[in-house]
Ligand binder design. Structure first.
Ligand code: PGA
Length: 312
């Protein structure tokens, strides 16, 4: 069968997303270019790999078989790349990092310092939510991920490197800002703006309230921490966010942290990779850097110094 790696890579992306448009976006190609690669691959294979039902596309049985092999070939290629990288050493390596959106406030500081110390290293950074970084690990599309605690059933190595306290924020003229040790039951009167369902912050918030038996009402759902903060400033409700996302707003007093009992929710960030992954020297160096240096680079607003609250 006369196929190219490029065709396989395009096929893998289309099969993963079941969408020519999303595959084209991911690969920075036009949609006709993606369709052309798939057509050529199907011709070379001599059998249809996709079928269209209504507006949706699906893999045929042959397509599912091909997907299995395309992923295996891709993983072998990535492994070959890692081995070659390790022969080049850390001086000219490439580092592919996936970062949960909440961690990105801090991760850019880490990456900046790491690249200052290792100026031959090229870094590629993918910022997405918890669900997204778990998918990156699943498809082996990154060296390391920085995120909240990953699920235990996955075959991953996860080492904690930083506290990630989640706090309740309000606009400065909210009725609760002057109150101390606000009972959790008070929050039942309030509306919360929340992150999207794939967000680690959202999952932690829901778990915390469920454990404490607190019913809360949700208003708007927004898919970024920045949008959440804007919504709280616009008095659309309260929200629960990582303290790391708040540096500027607290300084400018555009938002305030409420003093609620059992808060902050104490989470931690982890540096994560697949257990079987052969880390390149650059990835290994970055992992050690995160574990040993991140504390010195953290500039959490001062209320983190005397953390109390619930551990999740
Ligand atoms: P996010 O954060 O998915 O809410 O951005 C990741 C996490 O804290 O797990």
């Amino acid at each position: 069968m006369n196929v190219t790696f490029r065709q396989l890579r395009v096929f893998r992306a289309v099969a993963q997303h079941l969408s020519f448009t999303r595959a084209a976006e991911e690969l920075y190609l036009t949609q006709p270019a993606v369709s052309m690669q798939i057509k050529q691959l199907e011709e070379a294979a001599g059998i249809a790999l996709f079928e269209q039902v209504g507006k949706k596309i699906f893999l045929t049985e042959a397509g599912r078989e091909m997907y299995h092999y395309a992923r295996a070939i891709d993983q072998q290629l990535t492994e070959a790349e890692t081995v070659l990288e390790s022969l080049k050493g850390i001086k000219h390596g490439r580092l592919v990092i996936g970062v949960a959106s909440t961690v990105n406030y801090f991760a850019t500081r880490l990456l900046a310092e790491f690249s200052r110390r290792n100026d031959g290293v090229t870094i590629s950074l993918d910022v997405t939510n918890r669900e997204g970084v778990l998918a990156l690990l699943e498809t082996n599309d990154c060296d390391l991920v920085l995120m909240g605690r990953p699920p235990e059933e996955l075959d991953l190595t996860a080492e904690p490197f930083m506290e990630n306290p989640l706090v309740v924020i309000a606009s400065p003229n909210h009725r609760l800002v002057a109150q101390r040790n606000i009972p959790l039951s008070e929050l039942q009167q309030e509306t919360f703006v929340v992150r999207e369902p794939g967000s680690g912050t959202r999952i932690a918030m829901e778990r915390f309230f469920a454990e404490k038996g607190v019913q809360f009402s949700t208003g708007m759902e927004l898919s970024s921490n920045e949008a959440i903060k804007q919504a709280v400033q616009a008095r659309l409700g309260l929200a629960i966010v990582s303290l790391h996302t708040l540096e500027l707003e607290l300084e400018a007093q555009r938002l305030l942290v409420l003093d609620v009992e059992r808060f902050p929710i104490r989470r931690r960030w982890y540096v994560v990779h697949r257990r079987a992954k052969r880390l390149s020297p650059v990835a290994q160096a970055f992992k050690s850097f995160v574990l040993t240096e991140s504390h010195a680079l953290a500039e959490l607003p001062s209320l983190v110094q005397n953390l109390k609250g619930a551990v999740l």
